[in-house]
Design a protein around this ligand. Structure first.
Ligand code: PRX
Length: 580
């Protein structure tokens, strides 16, 4: 590594002494058991929502803003830790009266409005499992998740509820749908309840259910290379790791205004938009709207954001808007920038240094890891392009196919010693899938990585067919399944194709049914179909028609070959393929 490329941060840039002063020394003596003093247990039990919000009510943080919500048309709502606690208590009381019990699944299908955040906390306080759904999900994406999990309640809005209605018959365990509505007289079916009316007279006090550390707390569905999305379940004890990483990686101090741009439909929006971040006592910004450079810069300026946690695609989209857009805003409040979800290219770090005076700090983790596991830290020089070093307490290694540890410089599979507090507890209803993650005493990430002589980790790529588009993890199987439901599509194979802006875009190869030819109209129709049925982020930007798709002798479509052909690479060993 060329040392001249190292980015050392000055005291002026850091502004405050970092929470993690000495990475090496801390990592050497680290013990999660000792760190348990950072959170609150009662007779060996805990509740993650209590730790995130309620325990602060005994401190000066009681009246501190916890949530600053920025809606459309300059709307704004502020909730202190106490107000957020009371709001979530009302929801918890209402849910318990409806029959919510420990272990029940309660799904939140809401845009980024305050009700989402308060509901998450309220559900967790009852001992039920809080689960989130991205508001762009269509009926098929919803049905996969709601039916598999056997959800008992769904919380949604009057605008989104028709998508649940469409699949209601598939949801055998669903009892009630709670509807957040602006209007007094929103039309409701017999299983729907007006959320605001339901909680209106509920008490602001609630006896939070204390849980065993390994009791389930939240779940969310994520994609693998085969099959439908899997329900990754996390336990209450995850809050310990999420709290520590919020403090040491995101460097949250009491004086900070923190903004995480991720939606709680994805794990970042839960671990660092709700649990870890409030546990560390941050004032957190939530922006309901979509990406807009002007609005985003305006939020940083207006709310004096000091810590900003976002994703490489968003940074690249800002870069694309040009520097003129930046000029009318004041960024002097910023002191610490972090990024996650996909490789952070060195140009993005250079851009932030040139234009914001600060580098982005990349960090790496997965839905399954429940929290950041590899990171750049404030007090550690950055090597642009590297994800940094394992969090203290995380033992990560690069191994070959036989699980032999590889020396620095060699590419291999990234694995970790199981047992850190936020490691997933189970895959819902699917112990076989859960077991596949573990072999020879290691947790297998599915990512190809290198480590250098100085112990910095460098991302190389996925070991499987999972697609990462704009930081969103998409399973090719889900897209293929949705594609073949379109009347024109007979077979489909889906790959991630490298893209400068989005990291990867989704490309679909399809075989058409007899009587169809691909023209612009059909192309648009197929894309719309996927957006509506699955989700806006999962539609193929490119579609190519083939007469046939490469398959193994057992009939499985070989995506590896489609990708190699697309990229003009060596197609490798094709001897086991069906040669028709
Ligand atoms: O491939 C890695 C990529 O995103 C995957 C995890 O996606 P998900 O479970 O949706 O969680 C995303 C939010 C943490 C990983 O297996 N990934 C995540 N962070 C990085 C990354 N790839 C490169 N660099 C990163 N910093």
């Amino acid at each position: 590594m060329d040392q001249s490329k190292l980015i050392n941060k000055t005291k002026e840039q850091l502004k405050i002494e970092p929470n993690l002063i000495n990475y090496e020394a801390t990592a050497k003596d680290f013990d999660y058991k000792v760190m348990e003093q950072e959170i609150e247990f009662v007779d060996g039990k805990l509740n993650a929502a209590y730790n995130a919000v309620d325990r602060h009510l005994k401190t000066d943080r009681k009246d501190k803003p916890a949530l600053i919500w920025c809606g459309d048309d300059n709307q704004e709502k502020i909730f202190t830790f106490e107000q957020l606690s009371k709001f979530s208590n009302k929801i918890a009381n209402a849910l318990v009266k409806l029959g919510a019990q420990k272990g029940d699944r309660v799904f939140i299908f809401l845009p980024r409005i305050p009700e989402l955040y308060a509901s998450f906390l309220g559900i967790v306080k009852t001992g039920a499992i809080a689960a989130t759904l991205f508001a762009a999900f269509g009926p098929e994406a919803l049905s996969d998740r709601l039916a598999d999990s056997g959800t008992k309640f769904v919380i949604t809005t009057s605008q989104l509820k028709s998508r649940v209605e469409e699949i209601f018959d598939d949801l055998k365990d669903l009892q009630k749908v709670l509807v957040v509505s602006d209007s007094e007289d929103c039309e409701l079916t017999d299983y729907e309840i007006d959320f605001n009316k339901l909680i209106a007279d509920e008490s602001e006090e609630f006896d939070t259910v204390m849980m065993d550390p390994k009791d389930s707390c939240f779940m969310l569905y994520t994609s693998g290379t085969t099959g439908k999305p899997k329900g990754v379940v996390h336990h209450h004890y995850a809050i310990l790791h999420e709290h520590l990483t919020a403090k040491w990686v995101l460097d949250v101090h009491d004086s900070d205004v923190y903004w995480c741009t991720a939606d709680p439909g994805w794990v970042t929006g839960i671990a660092y938009g709700i649990l870890g971040i409030w546990s560390a006592g941050a004032t957190s910004i939530v922006h309901e709207g979509r990406f807009s450079a002007k609005e985003w810069y305006g939020i940083i300026d207006k709310h004096k954001v000091s810590i900003w946690y976002t994703a490489p695609t968003a940074i690249r989209m800002l870069m694309k808007e040009g520097v003129d857009e930046l000029k009318s805003f004041d960024f002097s409040s910023l002191r610490y920038l972090c990024s996650v979800g996909e490789p952070l290219n060195p140009e993005a770090i250079k851009w932030s240094l040139d234009n914001l005076g600060l580098p982005f700090h990349d960090n790496y983790w997965q839905t399954e890891t429940g929290g950041i596991v590899i990171a750049n830290y404030p007090n550690m020089p950055i090597k642009p392009g590297s994800m940094g070093k394992p969090f203290p307490g995380i033992h990560a290694a690069i191994v070959d196919e036989d699980f032999n540890e590889l020396p620095p410089g060699e590419e291999g599979n990234l694995v970790m010693k199981p047992g850190w507090p936020s490691m997933m507890k189970e895959v819902w209803n699917n112990p076989e899938k859960f077991n596949e993650y573990f072999k020879k005493g290691w947790y297998i990430t599915g990512d190809r990585v290198k480590v250098d002589e100085d112990g910095y980790f460098w991302f190389v790529g996925r070991a499987d067919d999972v697609i990462n588009t704009a930081g969103h993890r998409v399973g090719p199987f889900e897209v293929e399944s949705a594609l073949i439901e379109h009347p024109a599509v007979c077979e489909a194979g889906v790959i991630g194709k490298p893209d400068k802006l989005f990291g990867e875009i989704i490309k679909a190869f399809i075989v058409l049914n007899k009587g169809y030819t691909l023209n612009d109209e059909l192309m648009v129709d197929i894309k719309k179909f996927i957006k509506k049925h699955l989700s806006g982020h999962a539609y193929p930007k490119e579609i190519e028609v083939r007469d046939s798709l490469p398959k193994t002798r057992s009939g499985k479509i070989v995506r590896r070959l489609l990708k190699a052909q697309e990229l003009g690479e060596d197609t490798g060993d094709t001897s086991t393929l069906d040669k028709d």
